[in-house]
Design a protein around this ligand. Structure first.
Ligand code: PA5
Length: 432
């Protein structure tokens, strides 16, 4: 069973927080929003119970691992990269690529996301083409950044392995029916993993977009899906009472009724830093429309206590802080008891690093609450696949319901088109 809890008490019982009457007033709309989601569930709701994507990903991952692959380059951007990055950072060793081949659970993993040539050159510096596999991930099949990264990597692989070798080491994760990448895959006989047409990029972490890199690096894909499935079952049972739905109403009200239009996700584990980045995209791209939406922002505790917490405590009253904490950290270290005569140092001895992290998390929560700064907390019992799966699904549900409350389409992103058109024109794409 996944162990993920949501605590909204400090959004209610804090100066500047919500009144229970406000929540009562929105109950009817929240019920309707939850009914809308459950009555005609968007594609992402069926993913946790769809075995075919996990099976296909496991089959390809096995092929890659048994080929003796040394490097696996995941090429993608936005929703085609942030979910897999969040999973990898949360559940793999922080220096995964630096571990020996025997210690790692699969090939080294590289993400080619931006078009910064320094990053791609660096990946190509370390990835030996003879042992490299590439996974090109784009639902539309024509995202300029992804295709440019792919074309450069393709050139290197063809030079080293020849056309046939390149084809045997390249996977196209894309719409199964259409798009230019699908055309290339058909033409060059590449392995194709599907991104279901009814699942948008930022909701696609539980499709092969996230499942293949997870399986390649030895994560437990079945547990990931089981956690997400538990969330779906609970949302089906509880509807508007489910904490993900309640959170949608709370954050919507904080923005629209309280003017708190910045939502900070502050994760008290370095491993969750990319989870916040994934959530920032999910919330921003889904809800930022028609002049509506609150601005998501990622922060890491304790690090950002020494950077941003001053602003959160005493700056403008425009924020809601959402703490994500981990009860039992995967590793811990005792702090040695030395310098007992120095009262500003010696007191740390006998405690542990995880204890200090969690005490600082609680201290920040209390300080925010006492200062009249509304905050909420998501607690993960442990950092594991099941809990991550539950959390991904819950935050997607919350975002979809918030979309109904805001009255925007959470599943499109028309605002990014204008820049794309100008880029196409400047880069000479025919027809632009
Ligand atoms: O969430 C989204 O739909 C976007 O962020 C896309 O994932 C991103 O633009 C990349 O698109 P594609 O997968 O088509 O390359």
């Amino acid at each position: 069973m996944a162990e993920v809890t949501f605590d909204y008490q400090n959004l209610m019982e804090v100066e500047g927080g919500l009144q229970s009457g406000e929540l009562d007033e929105i109950q009817q709309r929240l019920r309707e929003a939850a009914d809308e989601l459950l009555g005609d569930p968007p594609g992402f709701m069926r993913l946790p119970k769809t075995a075919e994507y996990a099976e296909a990903s496991a089959r390809v991952a096995e092929e890659i691992r048994t080929s003796g692959a040394a490097d696996f380059i995941h090429v993608g951007i936005g929703g085609s990269a942030l979910g897999p990055m969040a999973l990898h950072k949360a559940l793999s060793h922080p220096y995964y690529n630096a571990l020996s081949g025997e210690t790692r659970r699969g090939p080294r993993l590289h993400f080619a996301e931006n078009t910064d040539p320094a990053t791609l050159s660096a990946i190509l510096d370390v990835a030996d083409p003879d042992g490299t596999w590439v996974n090109v991930v784009t639902k539309s099949g024509s995202t300029a950044e992804t295709m440019a990264n792919f074309l450069v990597i393709r050139g290197v692989l063809v030079d080293s392995l020849g056309d046939f070798g390149f084809q045997g080491r390249t996977i196209a994760t894309t719409d199964p029916e259409e798009g230019f990448l699908k055309q290339i895959a058909d033409r060059e006989d590449l392995e194709v993993l599907p991104i279901p047409p009814d699942v948008g990029g930022r909701f696609s972490v539980l499709t092969p977009v996230g499942l293949l890199p997870a399986a390649v690096t030895g994560l437990d894909v079945a547990a990931l899906l089981a956690g997400a499935a538990q969330c779906v079952d609970e949302v089906n049972e509880q509807g508007a009472e489910h904490p993900a739905a309640v959170g949608a109403a709370m954050h919507y009200l904080m923005d629209t009724a309280r003017g708190r239009n910045v939502r900070v996700m502050m994760t008290y584990a370095d491993a969750l830093e990319r989870l916040a980045a994934w959530f920032v995209q999910l919330w921003a791209e889904s809800l930022g429309k028609d002049g509506k939406g609150s601005t998501p922002h990622g922060a890491v505790g304790t690090t950002d206590q020494h950077s941003q917490v001053q602003l959160y405590m005493q700056g403008p009253q425009d924020k809601v802080i959402e703490i994500v904490e981990v009860e039992n950290h995967p590793r811990d270290l005792p702090i040695p008891g030395v310098y007992g005569d120095l009262e500003g140092v010696g007191y740390l001895g006998g405690h542990t690093m995880a204890e200090l992290l969690n005490v600082e998390c609680d201290a920040t929560r209390r300080a925010l609450t006492e200062a009249g700064r509304p905050n909420s907390t998501i607690t993960l019992g442990e950092l594991n696949e099941e809990n991550l799966g539950y959390l991904f699904q819950a935050l997607e549900v919350q975002t979809a319901i918030a979309g109904v409350l805001y009255g925007v389409n959470a599943f499109d992103q028309p605002g990014v088109e204008a820049g794309k058109q100008i880029t196409y024109k400047r880069m000479g794409r025919p027809g632009y």
